[in-house]
Ligand binder design. Structure first.
Ligand code: GDP
Ligand code: ZN
Length: 308
């Protein structure tokens, strides 16, 4: 008899499917693998997928079908012919995790994840851990940087147990994915929220997150009306499929100004009489976000140029 379950873990060609509180180790029906050869994605099945599967006599399962996804959170590594890797699907919330120190803040990374999330129609919140290590000026700096950007910010300390309840409320009744590179404290945060998991906390220098495959080592933790997708330390997010003049869509704080630009469309780069640049100069738009925008714009241009 067929059942519909949710994929909570991917290990190479094996998938763990959760159904009615029970876990099944599943394989893929060959035709699904074949079908995925002509898709835009490198992996046929991802964590978060709803799948139709059958249980065999020995208790293992076979996945017959992946049900339509409402969204995917994916990434693409550099390289012309590379496909997108789906990290997880069917998400309600992306939580980008950073730390104030060790490793230091990298808001450019946050901005790239933010673009991805907004593009897929998934809410994004920023969680900055290690509040206990923050310099006094870092807190207003971050608030100022994201002024008008419409991103919710949680400043927490997993070590000291500060502000974690607000983060937990954010995740209630939703499927969330945690994104951040190694060392920011993802595991420590999960251990605070779910002490019974007893996950292993690393030392900062012992792992770099490099050289791991993005789609493996991803797993979903289902607990107390929350489903949380934990990812290995991801560093790179190629940004694709955004036309340069559409990039501003993902920077809501530019919206007030851009109708006043002389050129239409305007990429707010070298065009004369650009209202966004004017408002950056006047301190109305955060300069940091504008620089981040230009960074992404240039990488998109570089990407499109490399295609021809
Ligand atoms: P992950 O790689 O993102 O899973 O990070 P871990 O949870 O393994 O934590 C990396 C290091 O940061 C460990 O040495 C933790 O003890 C430390 N750490 C985690 N949270 C905090 C915090 O709030 N404050 C401080 N000072 N250190 C923390
Ligand atoms: Zn402009």
């Amino acid at each position: 008899m067929e059942k519909i379950g949710i994929v909570i873990k991917v290990m190479g060609l094996y998938y763990t499917v959760l159904w009615n509180g029970e876990k099944f180790n599943c394989n893929l029906r060959g035709r699904i693998r074949k079908k995925s050869d002509n898709s835009n994605f490198s992996n046929p099945v991802a964590v978060g997928d709803n799948v139709r599967f059958e249980v065999e006599a020995d208790g293992s399962g076979i996945i017959n079908e992946v049900l339509p996804r409402k969204n995917v959170f994916s990434r693409k590594e550099k390289g012309k012919y590379r496909k997108e890797d789906i990290i997880a699907s069917n998400l309600d919330l992306v939580i980008v995790i950073q730390s104030f120190k060790k490793p230091r803040l990298n808001l450019r990374f946050v901005d790239r994840v933010l673009v991805r999330g907004v593009k897929e129609g998934i809410d994004v919140v920023l969680c900055i851990n290690k509040l206990d290590l923050a310099d006094a000026e870092q807190i207003p700096y971050v608030r100022e940087y994201y002024r008008g950007a419409g991103i919710k910010i949680h400043m927490v300390s997993a070590l000291k147990g500060i502000n974690l309840d607000a983060l937990e409320r954010e995740m209630k009744d939703r499927v969330s994915i945690l994104i951040g590179y190694s060392g920011v404290g993802k595991t420590s945060i999960l251990n605070r929220l779910f002490p019974e998991l007893n996950l292993k906390v690393s030392t900062v220098s012992s792992k770099t997150g490099k050289g791991r495959h993005a789609t493996s080592n991803v797993q979903m933790i289902v607990r107390n009306a929350m489903a949380i997708v934990d990812t290995p330390g991801l560093r790179e997010f190629g940004l694709l499929d955004i036309e340069t003049h559409m990039l501003e869509e993902y920077f809501p704080e530019f919206r007030q100004s851009s109708p006043e630009c002389e050129y239409k469309p305007c990429t707010h780069d070298h065009e004369p009489n650009c209202a966004v640049k004017r408002d950056v100069d006047e301190g109305i738009i955060s300069e940091g976000r504008y620089i981040s925008y230009l960074n992404i714009l240039y990488s998109l241009k570089e990407y499109y140029e490399s295609m021809y």
